[in-house]
Design a protein around this ligand. Structure first.
Ligand SMILES: [Zn+2]
Length: 191
């Protein structure tokens, strides 16, 4: 291999590093979750409805429903980039945000969108209000909240209905319930 060939090889290698670095940066961004409905607490959602089946037209419930009075603010669980805001099938009025760690946060059944919401949102920013749009019509107002990971977790695949999709859907309940635990941790530390 002469000098020229070696440089060319090195250059190609460097270009391959760019997507790897971007992937890594997205993965390392800290993910600090907020409960995505203003004033909501752990008892406002059923902790066991993630992956509940049979569940309407989607077959399996790939998220949780946080019940709240209609018009209550829906908040971004994490900061990120709004990749979709509009009407989308059974979700009704939805907001889709790409957040840290290549996770997509899906907020459905909104009544209205926050009029001043931009493309970039911070964690806790108002996205709109709780409602009954989409297939929540006629039901108690709630926010349907799902977390999808773009990087699949193959070890989560199991024998449950649509079990292979568990590689891509994370249980929001576990993550939201751990907020309180994490906040309490420092006080438990000695000194
Ligand atoms: Zn739901």
């Amino acid at each position: 291999m002469d000098e020229k060939q070696r440089t060319r090889g090195l250059r190609r290698y460097r270009w391959a590093l760019v997507p790897a670095i971007i992937l890594l940066i997205g993965y390392l961004l800290p993910e600090q979750l907020h409960i995505p409905v203003e004033d909501a607490q752990a008892h406002d959602w059923n902790h066991d409805t993630f992956w509940y089946a049979p569940w309407g037209r989607s077959g399996v419930h790939k998220g949780i429903d946080i019940f709240a009075p209609a018009g209550q603010s829906v908040r971004a669980a994490t900061g990120g980039i709004v990749i979709y805001r509009g009407s989308f099938g059974i979700g009704g009025r939805v907001v889709v945000i790409l957040g840290p760690r290549w996770r997509v946060h899906y907020y459905a059944h909104l009544a209205e969108f926050a009029p001043d919401a931009g493309i970039f949102v911070g964690g806790g920013d108002t996205l709109g209000t709780v409602g009954t749009s989409g297939n929540a019509a006629g039901k108690a107002p709630h926010l349907h909240y799902s977390i999808l990971t773009l990087i699949p977790y193959p070890w989560r695949w199991d024998a449950s209905p649509q079990g292979w999709k568990k590689m891509f859907y994370l249980d929001p309940s576990i993550r939201l319930l751990s907020i309180g635990t994490r906040a309490k941790a420092p006080t438990g530390r000695a000194g």
